[in-house]
Design a protein around this ligand. Structure first.
Ligand code: MRU
Length: 355
């Protein structure tokens, strides 16, 4: 369906390859990364972004960075691995998939280390186990996206107007996305959805990425500014809001791109259901509520400089630039995962997914 690959391992298995999303929609350029610093930078700068894609990139990134560690000592290798894990984990704090993927690859390494005994090839075996785990995470994400798409489609009707915020599409995952997955699945069956993408300031994921990838797929997409959401909702053009998530607490409170909570509050006013599409790996049962979720703050220049030819405010102006907000569970009609649809009370329904 798409002629791009968001994230992959190079053919020789030595590098993480990502589509540099900071250049979209103007330029499609792939970056081949093999140092831990370049991988950290790519995640921090949102060259690769979106919770599941960050997870896959981190999994391959950890393997690639550790692969260059030359030692025969399992102990030295595992220490180095722990350092790389902490380092990559410091790139962005909110998307739990980053930590989830790093933990998984680390656990695979630990497991292989325990099994290796006094084997002289132990380090090579550990590296192989890490690579396999990263590839598994990648493949699983592709299937998960399809399942989320199928499950969410049950809630939608042909021709519906749907608002989405930020980008939770193919560019945010290794597959067909989460929020956009039902749109791709439905459209392939003739549903003809009418999608509204809000631009999603300050980094414009809606304008630059969602509008681009939906257009590429042939979907009917209309771009609006963030502050037009209320008017468009009131006009009756939107019958569902679908977004992704960066971290979902055990009670259903959901951290997603800044602005999501405002969209959800407006949707409640207009009687429009809000659906959160996310893999189980985005649900953090250790966070009891949204108050436990750490929100990333980013440089203020993203607000008034980054996309403009000249600064659009006073040079050095005081800014506040939280990258995410938490939508309280009372504004969420359902959370759609690969395992099915969770309805309120989320404490119960989300917990059931993990039994
Ligand atoms: O800062 P970003 O672009 O990484 O934020 C992305 C989002 O908020 C997405 O909605 C979320 O990660 C889900 S992606 C399937």
């Amino acid at each position: 369906m798409f002629d791009f690959k968001t994230v992959s391992l190079s053919e020789d298995g030595k590098s993480l390859v990502i589509l540099d999303q900071t250049l979209l929609p103007g330029e499609m350029k792939y970056l081949t990364l093999h140092t831990e610093e370049s991988i950290w930078e790519a995640i921090y700068k949102l060259r690769v972004r979106g919770a599941p894609a960050i997870g896959v990139a981190a999994a391959y990134g950890m393997y690639v960075a550790a692969d260059s560690c030359v030692t025969d000592s399992v102990e030295v290798f595992m220490k180095e691995l722990e350092r790389i894990k902490t380092y990559l984990g410091s790139a962005r704090p909110t998307a739990v998939n980053l930590f989830w993927a790093l933990d998984k690859v680390f656990a695979a390494a630990q497991d292989a280390a325990e099994k290796s005994g006094k084997n002289p090839d132990a380090v090579a075996e550990i590296k192989l186990a890490m690579r396999k785990e990263a590839e598994r995470i990648h493949e699983e994400d592709i299937i998960t996206c399809m399942l989320i798409g199928e499950n969410c489609l049950e809630l939608l009707e042909p021709g519906m107007g749907i608002l989405t915020h930020c980008n939770a599409g193919a560019l945010a995952t290794a597959g067909i996305g989460t929020a956009l997955a039902p749109i791709y699945v439905g459209n392939s069956r003739g549903y003809g959805f009418k999608v509204f993408a809000d631009e999603t300031r300050p980094l414009l994921q809606g304008a630059r990425l969602t509008a681009w990838e939906l257009s590429q797929s042939g979907a009917d997409v209309t771009l609006i500014c963030d502050n037009m959401v209320s008017l468009v909702m009131k006009s009756g053009k939107i019958r569902a809001v679908i977004t992704g998530a960066d971290r979902i607490a055990a009670n259903g409170d959901t951290a997603n791109k800044i602005g999501t909570s405002g969209v959800a509050i407006l949707a409640k006013e207009y009687g429009i259901p809000v659906y959160i599409n996310a893999p189980l790996s985005t649900i953090d049962m250790e966070c009891r509520t949204g108050a436990d979720i750490r929100i990333e703050e980013r440089p203020g220049e993203e607000i008034y400089k980054m996309w403009y030819e000249k600064p659009m405010s006073v040079e050095g102006i005081k800014t506040f630039n939280p990258a995410f907000d938490v939508t309280d569970n009372k504004y969420i009609a359902a959370i759609i995962t690969e395992k099915g649809i969770a309805r309120p009370p989320f404490n119960e329904s989300l917990n059931n997914f993990f039994k």
